[in-house]
Design a protein around this ligand. Structure first.
Ligand code: HEC
Length: 123
């Protein structure tokens, strides 16, 4: 009986440890499922490599956190999709004149929502 309390404390710590690592892998899963395919399917053909337009290389996270070579605004502000240039560029309702991707098709509301949520969640 004497060991019950410490055991429970240890168990609680263990569970707390799991809980705090959970959001990270959940975020990674969200990126893999909802963000990466959208970027790969719609953006990377132009926005990758050293000569990517506007200096935006969407192939890695560092590139996403840079500033536009055209406007000096950051492409992605983790936690703030509304101020992120990337969101402005892909949504038709933004004040930004340019709509990405530059194809006949633009992203669906769902895809735009998924990308916004990803940024809101820390990118
Ligand atoms: C067909 C090529 C092409 C594709 C596909 C494309 N872009 Fe672009 N993107 C460009 C070019 C070229 C520019 C340079 C700005 C301009 O003159 O429009 C640009 C600029 C941008 C900018 C910066 C805008 C600014 O004001 O600095 C963002 C953000 C952006 N693209 C995001 C995206 C995203 C997100 C996707 C995918 C959903 C995408 N682009 C797909 C060609 C492309």
């Amino acid at each position: 009986m004497k060991f019950t309390a410490p055991f429970h404390t240890a168990l609680a710590l263990l569970i707390a440890g799991c809980a705090s690592s959970q959001p990270h892998s959940a975020k990674e899963r969200y990126f893999e499922v909802h963000v990466k395919p959208v970027l790969e399917g719609n953006c990377l053909r132009c926005h990758s490599g050293p000569a990517a337009p506007a200096g935006l290389n969407l192939a890695d996270r560092k590139g996403v956190l840079k500033r536009s070579s055209r406007t000096g605004r950051p492409f992605v502000i983790p936690g703030d999709p509304d101020c992120s240039l990337l969101v402005a560029a892909i949504s038709r309702k933004g004040t930004h004149p340019k709509v990405m991707p530059r194809l006949e098709v633009s992203l669906t509301e769902d895809q735009i929502g998924d990308l916004s949520e990803w940024i809101e969640d820390g990118a």
